[in-house]
Design a protein around this ligand. Structure first.
Ligand SMILES: [Zn+2]
Length: 386
């Protein structure tokens, strides 16, 4: 089997949501430049995605909504109320449909390559737009690429069991919604509590409907949750439900916005803590589904000091290449010329989150309580003891 693949095309970063919008495409280009500087993008590592077809988008989105995205991509055609397009979070721009469909295509391809046995692991860094709904854009997401990719894969292999793990700081609401009644797609989201941040959902009581009951799993973490909280949640919730589910493949949304310095959220994850979660997901894939893992990007709004470091490390890990912690000087010079200030010298192993001890004890206690609730809500559906 070939090495891992990065699914990417420069067109994925060829959009402009306007000055000040958090989803600055520089987050992708600075990441690609760092991957290059580390020599990770050798021959055969990068695969160029295709656009998702209309038929594929229709597996998750309504025809009317797709039409509205097309029309809004053409400024002149105006906006359709109720579609979430043209809002502060989802401003419209020329070529919006094409970029969103290409993003979607990159995630479809990430999963396809793995399922076809051509690559064991893939990474679609522009993917992970997990907030888009059936007929509405939301949270910077136009088309829900994780959901479309899973739906496309299930069309080819209807009995396929997919475990979707989402470590973005925000609830993976759109993906959960798409598979609420399916016992063949388990969605597991660890995020900052909806009480504190967008989208305001993702509570332990959201467990799925009908045959899908117990297959939506949500771990809402308290603000300032530390690496230890994430670790507890992973070991005591994600691992047992994943083992009980026994997936054929794992799709992981690896948003980097749970980082303590992210401007959009209040969690306390460090880069070493993020790496640990990614290692844990890779270990789960090795244990449960022959290592088959399609990784997607997601949020992450500290675009110089967090996203490129986190995702470059991920690609190195997927390729089984250990990266030197000293960030290449050529990349640091490049960043300096683009954003006007120096990026970190270290890839992240020295990253720390300083939290007052009493607050740390408190968030761990709150996390324990949430874990107990989640286990109560979903474990019995899988024959597990809460
Ligand atoms: Zn997010």
């Amino acid at each position: 089997m070939e090495r891992a693949a990065l699914i990417y095309h420069p067109e994925l970063a060829a959009y402009d949501l306007g000055a000040g919008h958090p989803l600055n495409p520089l987050r992708l280009t600075l990441t690609i430049e760092l991957m290059k500087a580390y020599g990770l993008l050798a021959d055969g590592v990068v695969l160029e995605p295709r656009m998702a077809t209309e038929k594929e988008l229709l597996l998750i989105h309504s025809a009317g909504y797709i039409e509205a995205v097309h029309e809004a991509s053409d400024w002149a055609a105006g906006l359709h109320p109720g579609t979430g397009l043209g809002t502060e979070d989802n401003p419209i721009y020329p070529g919006m449909h094409d970029v969103a469909a290409l993003t979607c295509g990159s995630s479809i391809m990430a999963l396809e390559e793995v399922l076809a046995g051509r690559r064991k692991r893939t990474f679609a860094i522009a993917g992970g737009m997990h907030h888009a709904h059936h007929s509405r854009a939301a949270g910077f997401s136009v088309y829900n690429d994780p959901a479309v990719a899973i739906a496309v894969a299930k069309q080819t292999r209807p009995d396929l069991k997919v475990l979707y793990i989402d470590i973005d700081a925000h609830h993976g609401d759109g993906v959960q919604e798409a598979f609420l009644s399916s016992p063949e797609v388990m969605t597991v989201s660890m995020h900052e509590s909806g009480v504190a941040v967008f989208p305001g959902t993702g509570f332990p009581s959201e467990t799925g409907y009908g045959a899908g009951e117990g297959f939506s799993v949500n771990v809402p973490l308290p603000p300032f949750a530390t690496d230890a909280c994430f670790r507890e949640a992973f070991e005591r919730v994600v691992v047992p439900v994943a083992r009980a589910f026994a997936p054929d493949v794992i799709v992981a949304q690896l948003g980097a916005d749970a980082h303590h310095a992210d401007p959009q959220t209040d969690l306390g994850l460090t880069l070493p803590g993020y790496r640990q979660l990614v290692n844990d997901i890779i270990d789960l894939a090795e244990e449960l589904c022959e290592g088959q893992l399609a990784a997607l990007g997601g949020g992450g709004y500290h675009i110089v000091e967090v996203v490129p470091l986190a995702w470059t490390w991920v690609l190195g890990r997927l390729l089984d290449v250990e990266l030197c912690e000293n960030v290449p000087q050529s990349w640091r010079d490049h960043v300096c010329s683009v954003v006007g200030h120096e990026p970190p010298r270290n890839l992240g192993s020295d990253d720390r989150f300083e939290s007052p001890p009493e607050r740390e004890a408190n968030v761990l206690k709150l996390t324990e309580a949430v874990i107990a609730q989640v286990r109560q809500a979903v474990f019995p559906h899988h024959g597990l003891t809460p």
